[in-house]
Design a protein around this ligand. Structure first.
Ligand code: G1P
Length: 291
């Protein structure tokens, strides 16, 4: 029987150079989509999927992330005294359970595979989730919950994929699949950032994974791939044919917040979607478009 997924790795060491100067002093994962930082969407996605232990793989200048998920004692006491209960609830919503989060530093920018490898001692010998917080996914059940469910069915690794235009294959890990049934297919190959002409398909990995712990045996070898980095995609590719490896076609919304326009789109989309801001956002947009 498949093991329950209890832990998630959140790689958050990236420098966020595409968002300079905003990210000069502020971690990119704390940039907000409407009023919540990107990283909080990823954590809430995990909690809704039944995952409540977190390994944040951070880097220098990322201490604010740790503070974000800690009890802000002075702030909470002030809000309490001023009877600002809705604001207090919003503040406390980001407090993680004591002992349920660890923060470890990647130390050197050697690639996503290396970042995940840095979490190995905290994950141990059990399947786990990986979420790249740059990618914002919305939907119910959420993307990670869908992967957890697919893992329970297949007993192996599962990654979320979506179609992208062929001219964008060099931005993503691309999976070749077969035998698709209700959105779940067997993976036959995976390659990181192939040129459009070489891509085995247009199914891109969208930064949501459930992986078997054997991934660490491959990451241990520290082999470099695309861009001279230790790629998670290359380590995953080694597991194909050894243990079950599936792709789940995600049919919810997804925003690539690693790029400025994707980030802007996420802000507009989430704002349009929310009950408290939807109507006003719609009005604002039609006003702006008229000018
Ligand atoms: C990473 C992964 C890639 C994946 C992408 C999703 O690339 O290496 O396989 O498709 O995230 O956003 P990065 O965006 O870090 O270059």
């Amino acid at each position: 029987m498949a093991q329950r997924i209890r832990k998630a790795v959140l790689p958050v060491a990236g420098l966020g150079t595409r968002f300079l100067p905003a990210t000069k002093a502020v971690p990119k994962e704390l940039l907000t989509v409407v009023d919540r930082p990107l990283i909080q969407y990823a954590v809430e996605e995990c909690l809704a999927a039944g995952i409540d232990e977190f390994v944040f793989v951070t880097g220098r200048n990322k201490d604010a992330l740790e503070d974000h998920f800690d009890v802000a004692y002075e702030l909470e006491a002030t809000l309490e005294k001023r009877r600002k209960h809705p604001e207090l609830a919003l503040t406390q919503a980001a407090n993680l359970m004591p002992g349920n989060a660890v923060f470890t530093r990647q130390q050197r920018p050697l690639g996503l595979g290396h970042a995940v490898w840095c979490a190995r001692h905290w994950i141990g010998n059990e399947p786990f989730a990986v979420l790249l917080p740059d990618e914002l996914t919305l939907g119910s059940p959420n993307c990670t919950a869908r992967l957890v469910e697919a893992h329970a069915q297949t007993g192996g690794s599962v990654v979320a994929v979506m179609e992208v235009p062929r001219e964008h294959t060099n931005r993503y890990g691309i999976a070749a699949v077969e035998k698709e049934k209700k959105g779940l297919s067997e993976i036959t190959g995976m390659v990181e950032k192939p040129k459009p002409a070489d891509a085995p398909s247009t199914l891109a990995l969208i930064g949501r994974y459930v992986l078997m712990p054997e991934i660490f045996e491959h990451l241990d070898k520290k082999e470099t791939g695309a861009g001279g980095e230790i790629q998670l995609t290359d380590a995953m590719a080694k597991m194909i044919g050894v243990s079950p490896f599936h792709a789940l076609r995600y049919d919810g919304q997804r925003y690539d917040c690693g790029h400025r326009l994707g980030f802007l789109e996420a802000n507009v989309a989430v704002s349009l979607h929310r009950a408290d801001t939807g109507a006003e956002t719609r009005e604002m947009l039609s006003r702006l478009l008229k000018d």
